[in-house]
Ligand binder design. Structure first.
Ligand SMILES: Cc1cc2nc3c(=O)[nH]c(=O)nc-3n(C[C@H](O)[C@H](O)[C@H](O)COP(=O)(O)O)c2cc1C
Length: 182
């Protein structure tokens, strides 16, 4: 892919992605929601299995109940929308790969999460990953009406950032994070 005139802008956008965990009380525009959902649809997955679905939740009562579950997704309670990633929806296809499907699903979840956050950022919408732990993974699945045996781990809270919600970022120096060999 050739470098475009927009490269600086796009790289700047990638670098500026921060976790936002406090949100303004403002709904998301339909156009932004559509764009984010299309990006989810076009996300690549291991062997293009697409063994996931994303539950899109704007109901504040459901978001609040999810936020009360054990884990690190409290920010869902103040979000305008929540995306909950459900993996392993067609586990029969796992046999076609030599890799453990849990590993592949975890990677897919990370990739989808990041892309949701970036697509949101393009529209000025903030977001944060959240995770349920322990029995909350089953409780969340039950609350969302998923069939028995399902669990959910990864969520993305979305909303316009509340005032002061954008924190300064700290990162290790480049030469510590990326090491050139040869
Ligand atoms: C694999 C993974 C899991 C994460 N889990 C959570 C989480 O459960 N709750 C949360 O609030 N943030 C979670 N985060 C967000 C990180 O805390 C955040 O990316 C990191 O602190 C850097 O934040 P910054 O970009 O705002 O500097 C997670 C991030 C990753 C990559």
């Amino acid at each position: 892919m050739a470098t475009t005139a927009h490269a600086t802008e796009f790289i700047g956008l990638l670098k500026s992605l921060r976790a936002v965990r406090r949100f303004a009380d403002k709904p998301l525009p339909a156009e932004a929601v559509h764009d984010i959902q299309e990006v989810i649809r076009w996300s690549g997955s291991a062997s293009n299995r697409q063994e996931f679905e994303v539950l899109w939740i704007e109901d504040r009562a459901i978001l609040r109940r999810l936020s009360e579950l054990k884990g690190y997704a409290k920010h869902l309670g103040g979000a305008a929308a929540g995306a909950v990633i459900v993996s392993g929806i067609t586990p029969s296809s796992a046999a076609t790969t030599r890799m453990n499907s849990d590993e592949l699903n975890a990677f897919d979840e990370g990739r989808i999460s990041e892309r949701i956050m970036l697509a949101a950022l393009v529209h000025g919408i903030g977001s944060s990953i959240g995770m349920f732990v322990g029995e909350a993974r089953e409780q969340a699945a039950k609350l969302l009406g998923l069939p028995g045996g399902r669990t959910v781990q990864t969520t993305i809270s979305l909303g316009y950032p509340a005032e002061g919600a954008l924190r300064g970022a700290r990162r290790r120096p480049l030469d510590e994070v990326v090491k050139r060999i040869g």
